[in-house]
Design a protein around this ligand. Structure first.
Ligand code: ADP
Ligand code: MG
Length: 347
């Protein structure tokens, strides 16, 4: 295991922990994301790993070596960890090249600029090496910051919301390029983001964080399609939640009809089904006996459409492609394509 974070805790004010007993592991060559809403403790977690912050409890290991504990604290520059800050934090009075060369203290002085230039070329910034940060766009500064972080060939790179200052178009392409650069260099990374789409598309595994704690760790598919808690189900995208009483069964009766569950359950449960796992069809002779609903709203988004359907007094959302057209007040039937996922924890 490359990085092991074990039960770390941190409070800034007395007895109000902002990171609470948090544990996760990052493998060699893995891109790991910490995803959660603003203020949930992501940056603090990253700063505890980098050593910019001291922890109160727990341990951080890199390649089996203890970096942080209650009684140990390796200096940030001694950890072999690169850091890309949210605001890039480039030295404003230095050129792109000097920014990257600055941290290469393990190389003899005459080799630093040559190697820095090589890394700048790798991040597509070779032609801009003599420019100062003020002469570069946000996306270009982002690449220089990345070059600076990976140039000393750290085992691990920490990225704190590195794409949040880029506009939507550039964000998408930069994300893909940065991922490719990290993968090609065989580097592991921990990305912090509040953007679920970013985490889902960038990371190999995601830890979903809420209020200082990790609620679930899994691949993008696992956390999206098999959420364990209501928070994870709702934070990763839109979802339909059902509550029901079950008597040791894998079927429940809901406002849209009978639904299959992903496991047997007993007692009061809440389950979740994604809007793209429901289908919508016109109520007609063939749907006799099915529970009917009424289209109450439609969101046209170009490549797909979201319908809001009211069934027995409750609202549900369905995603369809743009060829399936319904009007407001149309009578429809909803069906599930996949089993509903039983949540382990509701609050
Ligand atoms: P995130 O990155 O998920 O938005 P942070 O880790 O930055 O969250 O912050 C988590 C909580 O810790 C917030 O309530 C924030 O105000 C508090 N916090 C962060 N850094 C400090 C600090 N240096 N001093 C006091 N409180 C802090
Ligand atoms: Mg933050």
């Amino acid at each position: 295991m490359l990085l092991e974070v074990k039960n770390i805790e941190k409070s800034f004010e007395k007895d109000v922990p902002v990171v609470r007993s948090t544990s996760f592991e990052v493998k060699e060559n893995e891109i790991f994301a910490l995803l959660g809403p603003s203020g949930c403790g992501k940056t603090t977690t990253l700063r505890l790993i980098s050593g910019f912050e001291k922890l109160d409890k727990g341990e951080v290991y890199l390649e089996g070596k203890l970096l942080s504990s209650e009684s140990t604290h390796a200096a940030p520059q001694k950890r072999g960890i690169g850091f890309v800050f949210q605001d890039y934090a480039l030295f404003p009075h230095m050129s792109a090249l000097d920014n990257v060369a600055f941290g290469l203290t393990n190389l003899p002085r005459f080799k630093r600029k040559v190697f820095a230039e090589e890394v700048l070329c790798r991040t597509g910034m070779g032609d801009h090496k003599h420019k100062s940060p003020a002469e570069l766009s946000g996306g270009q500064q982002q690449r220089v910051a990345l070059a600076r972080a990976i140039a000393p060939e750290p085992k691990l790179v920490l990225l704190d919301e590195p794409f949040s200052n880029l506009d939507a178009m550039l964000r998408d392409s930069t994300r893909k390029e940065v991922r490719a650069i990290l993968k090609k260099a065989g580097m592991s990374a921990v990305l912090v983001t509040h953007d679920q789409e970013e985490a889902l598309s960038f990371a190999d595994r995601i830890a979903v964080m809420n209020d200082g704690q990790i609620e679930q760790i899994g691949t993008p598919e696992e956390v999206y399609y098999k959420p364990r808690t209501k928070f994870v189900a709702q934070f990763l995208g839109r979802t339909n939640l059902f509550e029901a009483n079950v008597e040791d069964s894998d079927m429940i009766f809901t406002q849209i009809g009978c639904l299959k569950l992903n496991c047997r359950a007993k007692g009061r449960i809440t389950c979740s089904i994604r809007p793209e796992h429901l289908t919508i069809e016109k109520a007609n002779g063939q749907t006799l006996g099915c529970t009917r609903g009424v289209v109450v709203a439609r969101e046209f988004k170009g490549h797909d459409i979201t319908y809001h359907v009211e069934c027995n007094g409750e609202r549900f959302i369905v995603h369809t492609d743009n060829r399936i057209l319904f009007e407001k007040n149309d009578e429809v039937v909803l069906r599930a394509l996949e089993p509903a996922v039983v949540l382990e924890r509701v609050n």
